[in-house]
Design a protein around this ligand. Structure first.
Ligand SMILES: Cc1cc2nc3c(=O)[nH]c(=O)nc-3n(C[C@H](O)[C@H](O)[C@H](O)COP(=O)(O)OP(=O)(O)OC[C@H]3O[C@@H](n4cnc5c(N)ncnc54)[C@H](O)[C@@H]3O)c2cc1C
Ligand SMILES: NC(=O)c1ccc[n+]([C@@H]2O[C@H](COP(=O)([O-])OP(=O)(O)OC[C@H]3O[C@@H](n4cnc5c(N)ncnc54)[C@H](O)[C@@H]3O)[C@@H](O)[C@H]2O)c1
Length: 482
């Protein structure tokens, strides 16, 4: 057994682990990073990047399909070569992974330990059966993994997760996607557009991360026009057969339907990788899901020298959040016992479906819980169906809600589905972080004709409801973009 003594040990070599390692190194040379799986990060290998590559291929098909709406008629049948599609996805994915591996290669060999770490006590980590590490400070950055109901394991190799999709050499003929959350919507719609027969099943009516009923309903209606989507499915039977997976379910009309699919994609959520790292041997305080509680500004847990970052913290499982949390956790582990609160930005999340779905700041659910008794918040709305630039581009589908506080007139948050709303979400997130009022946002420049003019309409609507602006919103005469 090799024995090491270090100032800082970082468990996990993904986005958060690498970030925490680099941040801690600025304070002490005695930092090691322990990685049990392959380097390359979840984001680059099986997450953000390959999913966007698959979506990009799907968009190429979609552009051809909508071209006749402009009077442009591509000749002949569109042929989708699944092998070429997957080849490009994997080639480009490998390029992104390559950049990460280059960075990992620059880390001194003695700072990297291969193997899975678990706690022996608050200061001791055991890596597989080969190394024991005494660490003055520890950062947990172990990421997350997909989770699904255990009985689905009976489906054997017909049950797949996102990692499997990005290893395909060709596209399958049919997939049942369980979970119309972020991963399910992104992968399911992309596969559908690439010619795979997709049927999507959810529970309880959830669609993406949306909590605003009107936006969620709009999303469900719009997406279910494109492919069979049952947000509140009643699946009666799912079993493995010789030729795939047989599923019997009730459709929206309560009629029994039967399908046989090649694969079942489990996109039913992810769980933090904190259940197999010996937390029971520590004095860490855990929340109801077994995740160490941590201060969101310092990423410090209840044990003052242990920090947590990235998906493992279960705070907001997104890439930019993992980087921010890593910097904070790494710096504080490096400088301990000096602890500084770090910058946590306004919440922003984007689902790369089409139309895109995005959320900014406080969610409708959070605001409703906080303000429902006093009715102190208002909703401004715009439908993108008649919005000028969106119609020009034949992308006029969507609904945006912006939330503002009565009295202060402050912008609180937004939920939306609409054309390229990733950009509107960024504008709104910047405004949210600057704690702007709706009036201040309306003082900002808006070009013409752009989709953001729709946002201006929603902000005016909100300002009027907050009794801070004109009741009547002047539309078409002044600016046809709205
Ligand atoms: C399909 C998909 C698409 C996504 N798309 C987006 C997107 O578009 N935008 C966005 O912001 N986010 C996206 N995400 C989320 C984003 O990928 C994650 O939030 C981010 O990768 C989390 O980084 P992390 O460092 O916490 O975890 P990881 O990168 O998973 O790193 C954790 C590392 O810890 C290692 N490890 C685990 N346990 C141990 C142990 N006991 N000992 C040693 N090592 C261990 C693992 O092997 C792993 O390498 C997506 C995720 C998925 C799955
Ligand atoms: N664009 C992005 O930023 C992006 C993309 C992909 C993933 N991610 C991150 O990864 C995380 C995990 O994504 P995810 O899609 O796995 O989780 P999710 O929580 O977003 O969605 C899971 C969905 O599965 C449903 N579900 C649960 N059990 C089910 C069952 N038995 N049958 C049918 N449906 C069921 C849930 O109701 C929910 O709608 C996200 O929260 C997000 O933070 C981000």
């Amino acid at each position: 057994m090799k024995r090491l003594q270090v100032d800082v040990a970082v468990i996990g070599g993904g986005t958060a682990g690498l970030g925490a390692y680099r941040a801690a190194k600025r304070f002490t040379p005695s930092v090691i990073m322990i990685e049990g799986g392959p380097y390359g990060t979840t984001c680059a290998r099986v997450g953000c990047m390959p999913s966007k590559l698959l979506i990009a291929a799907a968009e190429a098909v979609h552009h051809i399909e909508v071209a006749p709406g402009f009077g442009v008629h591509p000749q002949g049948e569109t042929r989708i070569d699944g092998k070429e599609v997957m080849d490009r996805v994997k080639r480009e994915r490998d390029r992104f992974v390559g950049f990460v591996l280059e960075g990992v290669g620059e880390i001194p060999q003695q700072d990297k330990i291969d193997g899975y770490a678990h706690f022996i006590d608050d200061n001791t980590l055991q890596v597989d059966d080969h190394t024991q590490i005494q660490a003055k400070r520890i950062v947990i950055a172990t990421g997350s993994r997909p989770s699904w109901p255990p009985h689905w394991n009976d489906l054997g190799d017909r049950l797949i997760i996102n990692d499997d999709v990005f290893n395909w050499n060709d596209l399958p003929t049919s997939v049942a996607v369980f979970g119309p959350g972020v991963i399910g919507l992104e992968l399911g719609q992309a596969l559908h557009r690439l010619g795979v027969k997709v049927t999507m099943f959810g529970v309880g009516g959830a669609v993406g991360p949306l909590t605003d009923g009107a936006i969620r309903q709009y999303a469900a209606d719009t997406l279910s026009k494109e492919f069979p989507l049952y947000p509140d499915a009643k699946v009666e039977l799912m079993e493995r057969r010789d030729n795939g997976v047989f599923i019997r379910y009730q459709d929206d009309q309560g009629q029994s339907q039967e399908i046989t699919v090649e694969y079942v994609l489990a996109a039913t959520g992810r769980r933090p990788n904190v259940d197999k790292i010996g937390l029971e041997n520590t004095s860490l305080e855990l929340d109801a899901r077994g995740v160490p509680t941590a201060d969101r500004l310092t990423m410090q847990t209840s044990v003052s020298h242990i920090f947590i970052a990235g998906d493992a913290s279960n705070q907001l499982p997104l890439l930019h959040e993992a980087s921010d949390q890593a910097r904070i956790a790494g710096e504080n582990a490096g400088s301990y016992p000096e602890i500084q609160p770090g910058l946590r930005r306004s919440a922003i999340s984007v689902v790369f479906s089409d139309p895109q779905i995005a959320m900014v700041g406080s969610t409708y659910r959070e605001l409703n819980q906080k303000f429902s008794a006093c009715g102190c918040f208002e909703i401004g709305e715009i439908s993108f169906e008649n919005q000028g630039r969106s119609r020009v581009m034949l992308r006029n589908k969507g609904l945006l809600h912006v939330y503002g506080e009565q009295g202060t007139g402050r912008f609180l948050g937004a939920e939306m589905i609409g054309p390229n709303v990733e950009h509107i979400a960024h504008l709104l997130a910047w405004a949210h972080q600057q704690q702007m009022t709706i009036s201040q946002m309306l003082d900002m420049p808006f070009y013409h004709p752009v989709i953001e003019e729709g946002l201006r309409t929603a902000l005016r609507d909100l300002n009027a409801k907050l009794r801070l602006g004109d009741d009547e919103i002047e539309r078409c005469q002044r600016c046809p973009g709205e």
